[in-house]
Ligand binder design. Structure first.
Ligand SMILES: [Zn+2]
Ligand SMILES: [Zn+2]
Length: 147
């Protein structure tokens, strides 16, 4: 049994919700890749694998995955939210290329020290932060110069 499935089963048990095979298929698909995803992409990935999961049940399952700490909302782009799984992964932030839509994950210890400093300055108990950085990646800049 995969740990994320166990965490989810514990969660539904505690909340007295119903678990379904559909939900476990959704979790397996999410954890099979490190990619960020939105609902449509996830739905298509499941369909390609001939998994019979409705889009409605993906919409219903995502909030449960967020509440159980397996998945988080990462950014809002093209008019909708994008998600990633966080269980078993280290905290990171994202660079977004505005041209090719590539996303680069990064960690920077300076951000952790900014967090600490803000905590002291505002007497704030800081749990986490999000940083989305926008610009143009190396390849896209090269393309521009070539034109
Ligand atoms: Zn790019
Ligand atoms: Zn990420």
């Amino acid at each position: 049994m995969k740990p994320e499935i166990e965490i989810f089963r514990d969660y539904v048990r505690k909340k007295r919700l119903r678990n379904t095979p559909e939900r476990e298929l959704i979790i397996e698909e999410i954890f099979s890749s490190q990619n960020h995803f939105d609902i449509d992409e996830l739905y298509l990935r499941l369909r390609e694998k001939n998994q019979k999961v409705s889009k409605a049940s993906i919409y219903r399952t995502i909030p449960l995955l967020i509440e159980s700490g397996l998945v988080q909302e990462v950014f809002f782009e093209d008019g909708h939210l994008h998600y990633e799984h966080i269980h078993g992964r280290e905290h990171h932030c994202h660079l977004h290329c505005l041209n090719c839509r590539k996303i680069v994950e990064f960690q920077d210890r300076h951000l952790e020290s900014i967090e600490k400093r803000l905590g002291r300055k505002f007497n704030f108990d800081i749990i986490s932060h999000k940083l989305e950085v926008y610009g143009y990646c190396e390849e896209c800049r090269k393309d521009k110069r070539g034109r």
